[in-house]
Design a protein around this ligand. Structure first.
Ligand code: 0PR
Length: 365
């Protein structure tokens, strides 16, 4: 650290340089995050100093968190659902498994989850000392429910399904998983970190939420398709009191218990997330999602005319292809199986898709 501080001008000229080193969103096709909506930025700035870790000091902000959970509960067909705002899918998944483990106490707990599950489950199982039982996918890249049922036993604390897989954008047959969960009385966690803000707004929504009786918890991330500022995730619980099983005493705070993983928690992105939902409403979100899905379809059609077949027909706005390289400066990602992966996020407008197609078409001409 410097002995004497630098001027504000020096400081921000340095920051501007660093900011310019970051990639231009116009060329980012690999990310599940996007540019935050203007109302999210405004709300975020307004609540910058708030800390939900000590909600008694910020009752107004705490009420925004309550309202955010209420919005998602209603969107997911259970207006009275419980839950809280996390830092994103990783924390939500860790907490869901922690909850499942605390509720069902067995000597050698295991988790049955699709092979397509996000790597955050690996972190969760490491931390919580849970055996991971990956379930193979069917040819459609969705979890095979029959194989999942075979892997569930008396030591299974949680069954996991994904609504919008990270790599191929598939929605697992959650209705089938729900039946298994009810039959075996197993906790079912749905990772809808990405799809939770896509599927409800599709023309033909795929069942994945609390409307299915076996679904116990749902992870959804406003900082992905919800266009909020980072970090914004939510963990929803069917039973509003369920999270209390994680309570630990916090004697000197304004509340005497907390079930969250983080202590200090930012209120700013919570305000940002709620701002987008209330500003856009159902109609606005449907329009955003319809645009992303249309762009995904256009990209798939365009790539196929150039001889790059799709690797999957996705349920959400993640497109994958058989391809080897892409032109610079486009930033794409590659799946574990080696497929080119593009996420058609809200910042990936139609003209960006056309520009990418023109570039890749030229490179392979
Ligand atoms: N569950 C699913 C289905 C996810 O896709 C992700 C992240 C998570 C959980 C974990 O969420 P957090 O990263 O919020 O904890 N999916 C993206 C991925 O791993 C995250 C991401 C976003 C990566 C933007 C890169 C990027 O530029 O690909």
């Amino acid at each position: 650290m410097l002995n004497k501080g630098i001027t504000e001008e020096e400081l921000f000229s340095f920051f501007s340089c660093k900011k310019r080193e970051d990639l231009d969103h116009n060329f980012i096709l690999s990310s599940m995050c996007t540019l935050p909506h203007d109302v999210a930025v405004r709300a975020h700035c307004m609540f910058m100093e708030t800390n939900l870790g000590d909600p008694g000091l910020f009752p107004g902000t705490a009420d925004l968190e309550r309202q955010l959970i209420e919005r998602f509960g209603t969107l997911f067909h259970l207006p009275g659902a419980g839950g809280y705002a996390t830092s994103g899918g990783t924390e939500s998944n860790i907490q869901a498994l922690r909850l499942a483990k605390v509720i069902k106490k067995v000597a050698a707990p295991n988790v049955v989850l699709p092979e397509s599950a996000h790597f955050s489950f690996k972190k969760a199982c490491d931390i919580l000392d849970l055996e991971m039982r990956p379930v193979p996918l069917g040819a459609d890249l969705r979890i095979c429910p029959d194989l999942a049922a075979e892997l569930v036993d008396k030591n299974t604390v949680c069954l996991v399904g994904v609504a919008g897989t990270t790599e191929y954008g598939m929605v697992d047959p959650i209705a089938d998983l729900s039946k298994i969960a009810v039959l075996h009385d197993v906790f079912l966690h749905v990772d809808a970190a990405f799809g939770g803000m896509v599927v409800p707004f599709l023309e033909r929504p795929i069942p994945f939420d609390f409307a299915l009786p076996g679904v116990t918890t749902i992870a959804v991330d406003p900082h992905k398709m919800g266009m909020s500022t980072i970090p914004a995730g939510c963990l929803l619980t069917r039973d509003p009191e369920m999270l209390d099983a994680l309570n630990i005493a916090t004697p000197y705070l304004t509340v005497k218990h907390e079930y969250t993983l983080a202590g200090t928690r930012p209120g700013a992105p919570v305000a940002g997330a709620l701002a987008v939902l209330d500003y856009l409403g159902m109609d606005g979100m449907k329009a955003v999602v319809a645009g992303c899905m249309k762009n995904t379809q256009r990209l798939i059609a365009g790539m196929e005319t150039f001889g790059f077949p799709r690797a999957a027909t996705p349920d959400v706005n993640v497109a994958t292809f058989v391809a080897q390289t892409v032109p610079t400066p486009w930033k794409v990602s590659w799946t574990r199986q080696g497929h080119l992966r593009i996420v058609c996020m809200p910042h990936v407008h139609r003209d960006r898709i056309e520009a990418f197609l023109a570039d890749i078409g030229e490179m392979h001409a």
